[in-house]
Ligand binder design. Sequence first.
Ligand code: AMP
Ligand code: MG
Length: 314
Amino acid sequence: MPTGAVHDRSDIAELAALLRAGELVAFPTETVYGLGADATNSDAVLKIYEAKGRPRFNPLIVHVADLAMAERLVEFSPMARKLARFWPGPLTLVLPRRPDAGISDIVTAGLDTVGIRIPDHPLARELIRAADRPLAAPSANRSGKLSPTTADQVVKGFQGLVPVLDGGASQSGVESTILAVEGETVTQLRAGALPRAEIAAAIGRPIAQAAHDARIAAPGMLASHYAPSATLRLDAEYPEPGETWLGFGPGRAGANLSPKGDLREAARNLFSMLHELDESATRIAVAPIPHTGLGEAINDRLRRAAAPRTPAVH
Ligand code: AMP
Ligand code: MG
């Protein structure tokens, strides 16, 4: 099977095998084309960042084939269950992640929630079922470009380097509506293809919109970015007294994002190491990390973690 080409339904088994092997596959959804990777495989998910040239680790939406698959990954409150009646459809629910689900923390960007949905496109669900994996999939465009609604646009955007399952033109061209659901509390994190009023009518109560910067979690509202409670000092040459070291590259003893100085390894370790150090440290000194490739997203995340209480670090 030639990669980079446009594929049809008869190639689904082979595309599913690529996904299971940790490769990227673009696929159609009713909103826009998604750039899919196995959401349980951090190295696969990091390829999304590399292919898109995305400079920032935002949580990615996980696409599943059916409710049973969703239930293995996240916890459903009664309200979440009500909202899931809109599935398959352009509605993403941000729900508590099940610890045993195996979703990569690159997908959740270190949060203990997962944004999840069932896409309303039969080929998308067929591909997910064949891969037998939840698929993390942001829009299949290079960072800063328009979201694609046809297979051809995806091929052009990635210069034919990513195989694409062709499912015709996306119906809506608008991304999914995103709701955070905490118990019975529902907050809209992003407006999208499913109107808020329609959802509110279905659940019989109004839905509040999240403040623009949802990083500062108001009571009953989910933070959209993980921030450690320890303070971070970046580009540190060495730890000062009272600081816990987080290294990169060979040298100093202590926690190290990648002793061999590999950015993909550092990205893979980033959230788990921050979480782990945050258990005991009050101040963390982080070694300089190159700004090339994935280093840009790593540095962006560290910068924002270093200033969790200052709103305007976009
Ligand atoms: P997309 O690039 O279309 O996949 O959308 C990703 C967006 O979904 C992120 O930028 C977040 O705004 C939102 N999102 C996904 N998962 C979560 C989550 N666990 N918590 C908060 N927001 C999320
Ligand atoms: Mg996008």
